[in-house]
Unconditional design. Structure first.
Length: 196
């Protein structure tokens, strides 16, 4: 994982030195919205397992900051809803997610990679036939993930973008329980719009 990040960093620095400033396109800003298919993985001293898939929303804003003609730094601010369906009920975590991505791209197709920090906004457990319970205090206030994805730009001046993205957990979000862990996995699909 670190090798991939180092590779993109090296490509960014190399491309910055290779291209002149007059060849670098204009930085852009945009909005995106889509759907998460997510699972939580629970790890205890006795067993390990994945929840069933839950559906959540993801939406927010992004910036494209050109480092070179084909290399971008792409920070984002997203509302990110993940979770899973377990034997005890439906778990839902809402995060303010901040990916710090590098994007290597051609005319239309691109690959994004980088870390993502999540700030926990809420945590709920909804047992079947019972009111939802607030479980935020049982979980850490931050999550850390690795993002790998593909994007396709289209429309006039590549005004629109469609993407598919994998969120792979680095951190355990469960706190104060030695030998146990909860990790968030997600696959996201989205559509976005760039402003000029």
């Amino acid at each position: 994982m670190r090798k991939i990040v180092y590779l993109f960093t090296l490509l960014s620095l190399s491309a910055t030195l290779t291209y002149g400033q007059d060849t670098i396109p204009k930085n852009r800003f945009g909005f995106k919205a889509g759907v998460n298919l997510s699972q939580v993985r629970s790890i205890t001293p006795d067993e390990k397992g994945f929840s069933d898939i839950a559906v959540g929303a993801v939406f927010g804003v992004f910036w494209e900051l050109y480092l070179a003609d084909k290399i971008k730094f792409q920070p984002e601010i997203l509302f990110n809803s993940v979770g899973g369906k377990t034997d005890t009920g439906n778990i839902r975590f809402n995060y303010l997610s901040i990916p710090f991505l590098f994007k290597s791209h051609g005319k239309h197709f691109g690959i994004v990679v980088g870390p993502q920090i999540g700030l926990l906004l809420s945590g709920k457990l909804k047992p079947d036939m019972n009111p939802a319970q607030d479980i935020k205090d049982q979980y850490k206030s931050t999550d850390l993930s690795f993002i790998l994805g593909a994007e396709y730009d289209f429309g006039k001046n590549n005004m629109f973008v469609a993407g598919l993205r994998l969120q792979y957990p680095i951190a355990n979000v469960y706190k104060d329980v030695p030998g146990s862990a909860i990790k968030n996995y997600a696959v996201s699909g989205f559509l976005g719009f760039r402003f000029k």
